[in-house]
Ligand binder design. Structure first.
Ligand SMILES: *[C@@H]1O[C@H](CO)[C@@H](O)[C@H](O)[C@H]1NC(C)=O
Ligand SMILES: *[C@@H]1O[C@H](CO)[C@@H](O)[C@H](O)[C@H]1NC(C)=O
Ligand SMILES: *[C@@H]1O[C@H](CO)[C@@H](O)[C@H](O)[C@H]1NC(C)=O
Ligand SMILES: *[C@@H]1O[C@H](CO)[C@@H](O)[C@H](O)[C@H]1NC(C)=O
Ligand SMILES: *[C@@H]1O[C@H](CO)[C@@H](O)[C@H](O)[C@H]1NC(C)=O
Ligand SMILES: *[C@@H]1O[C@H](CO)[C@@H](O)[C@H](O)[C@H]1NC(C)=O
Length: 497
């Protein structure tokens, strides 16, 4: 099939929808206007104490998974699971897609809510630019009638926009109505193009109730053929694989996903759910993925889930929900809850993905807060935001206390004997530790990003990363508790959201 024909097929699909755009129903227009007014009014009542200054977060209400991360007409577009009416996840009442965009992955502009639920809730999905149209593919989740004993249903839907702001749903939704084995868990489509075809991976389940990923192909985005499964389901790999992503990195293929139901193993899998990746080889001729390196977590922090990536100019960028399903979000009492991590760039190094902050993030540096040797019990004061670049002698321990001047702290340590980095958070008097082994492949410094209620630690070239929400009272204070001199440069960061 030639690419011309693909294009024509797509345009004929799209043309029908675009004619719909012109006649958006008065109900939908009213819904959009009412919701925008609600958000504006509610926003004015938000308590800003924990409001993040350079992380994307919902204007009001609840946020979880990133969605539709794609480049379109000169900007990166980021959508997200959004429930405007309740910051405590209002339950099964109607997930929306919130929307922001950015030219540089650092400065973000908020847009009107992109998708409002109808009969179906708008669960997670992805985005792709096709011939000047931003096409979103999402899971339409329909709740079974209460007390019916029936399972909820999930199917895959499309929506379109020509301007990247106003989206309309495809009139012939859904485009994939059912999973091949009838499993009602069938969600989070991640779409990409290769050669003349569109491909999509979806999270689902085997008959035994193990997580698996399904691969489909289409010529026109409307008619999809199931090709194969990607990855090997097993009892050890959990009961559901959410938010799959599948892409080439270096000369390997990466299956990135968020499995649910992994049993804790020592320092691994301590969060309720995980996010990680399997490295292997894949052939578009046979559609076979051959696993080579088993599942590894991509981030060791307390609050990290449901990643999404997009590729541009040969670079692979990642974003994740800076949250976890069973944690409490203190900011919920302030009228909002949940956030995105900072954006990261991925590269492959041997058997591990390196994850670094995007290079443009240095544009956040507003002023220098410290530059030199951090002396005994010396501290750095940072107000609400900071970037700290720190290095020490890795043959000795490093111990750093990061706390709010009036409470709330997180401790970062390097154990030179075990070669383990740990991030130890005070959760209402209980120490809550995450840790992982670190073998530097290049740089031996740490980069720490602090925002009004978050901490992200990148070790070396991004071999080991921790993302954790933390809620300080008062400004950030960083204290050297190590028995060695640390070389530190620290910056105050500006607001970018
Ligand atoms: C928000 O959700 C919580 C938990 O589901 C519920 O207790 C509360 O009443 C809801 N608030 C509003 C304003 O709907
Ligand atoms: C969340 O789940 C993890 C892993 O099961 C558990 O260790 C932790 O105690 C849970 N947290 C809460 C607040 O329930
Ligand atoms: C950090 O503090 C330790 C003792 O707490 C001290 O021995 C060390 O010299 C300090 N680091 C620097 C850079 O001075
Ligand atoms: C801290 O930041 C707030 C606004 O974000 C500003 O009003 C205040 O002056 C800053 N404090 C210091 C000590 O810089
Ligand atoms: C961090 O500091 C080291 C020197 O200690 C320097 O080589 C490196 O470029 C700095 N990294 C960043 C991102 O500023
Ligand atoms: C490093 O880890 C070992 C083994 O858990 C422990 O005995 C030792 O006290 C740790 N060192 C520091 C400085 O915490």
């Amino acid at each position: 099939m030639g690419s011309l024909k693909v294009c024509v097929l797509f345009l004929s699909l799209c043309a029908g929808v675009l004619s719909c755009d012109l006649t958006s129903s008065p109900e939908v227009v009213l819904q959009r206007t009412d919701l925008a007014a609600y958000i504006t009014n509610k926003k004015a009542t938000i308590n800003p104490q924990y409001r993040l200054l350079y992380h994307v977060a919902p204007p009001v209400g609840w946020m979880n998974d990133p969605n539709g991360f794609a480049y379109f007409k000169g900007e990166y577009h980021l959508f997200y699971q959004f429930y405007p009416y309740n910051s405590s996840l209002g339950g099964p009442t109607g997930m929306h897609w919130g929307h922001s965009s950015s030219a540089n992955l650092v400065d973000w502009t908020e847009h009107p809510t992109a998708l409002i639920p109808g009969k179906e809730q708008i669960f997670s999905g992805s985005g792709i630019e096709i011939s000047g149209t931003l096409v979103l593919m999402y899971t339409g989740h329909i709740n079974a009638p209460e007390h019916s004993g029936l399972a909820d249903t999930e199917a895959q839907y499309l929506a379109f926009s020509n301007d990247g702001i106003v989206f309309n749903k495809y009139k012939n939704n859904p485009v994939i109505a059912k999973s091949p084995n009838g499993s009602p868990d069938f969600r989070d489509p991640k779409v990409w193009k290769y050669g003349d075809y569109y491909y999509v991976v979806l999270g689902s389940k085997t008959e035994e109730g193990y997580g698996r990923v399904l691969l489909y192909r289409s010529e026109d985005m409307a008619t999809w053929t199931f090709l194969n499964t990607i990855g090997q389901p097993s009892s050890r790999m959990g009961y559901m694989w959410e938010c799959p992503d599948f892409f080439q990195l270096g000369n390997k293929f990466i299956l990135l996903m968020s499995p649910q139901g992994l049993a804790p193993e020592g320092d691994r899998y301590k969060n309720l759910y995980q996010t990680g990746y399997i490295i292997g080889d894949f052939s578009y001729q046979t559609n076979q993925f051959v696993e080579q390196v088993p599942f590894q977590e991509i981030d060791y922090g307390h609050d990290f889930y449901a990643t999404q990536t997009t590729e541009r100019d040969g670079k692979r960028y990642l974003i994740a929900w800076f949250g976890m399903w069973n944690t409490t979000f203190p900011e919920a009492a302030d009228g909002w809850a949940g956030a995105m991590t900072i954006f990261r760039e991925l590269t492959l190094s041997g058997n591990r993905i390196l994850m670094k902050p995007v290079s443009t993030i240095t544009s956040l540096r507003e002023s220098s807060a410290f530059n030199g040797n951090l002396a005994q019990n010396a501290f750095i004061e940072l107000n609400k935001t900071g970037e700290i670049n720190l290095s020490g002698d890795l043959s000795q321990a490093i111990d750093l206390d990061i706390k709010g001047a009036e409470g709330g702290d997180i401790r970062i340590r390097w154990n030179a004997t075990t070669k383990i980095v740990s991030v130890d958070r005070d959760d209402a008097g209980e120490r809550n530790i995450r840790q992982g082994p670190w073998t530097p492949v290049g740089s031996t410094s740490w980069r720490i990003f602090l925002d009004a209620s978050s901490m992200e630690l990148f070790c070396g070239e991004g071999e080991v990363v921790f993302s954790s929400r933390v809620y300080p009272t008062g400004q950030w204070v960083i204290t050297n508790l190590s028995a060695q001199t640390l070389t530190v440069s620290a910056y105050r960061l500006r607001k970018s959201v």
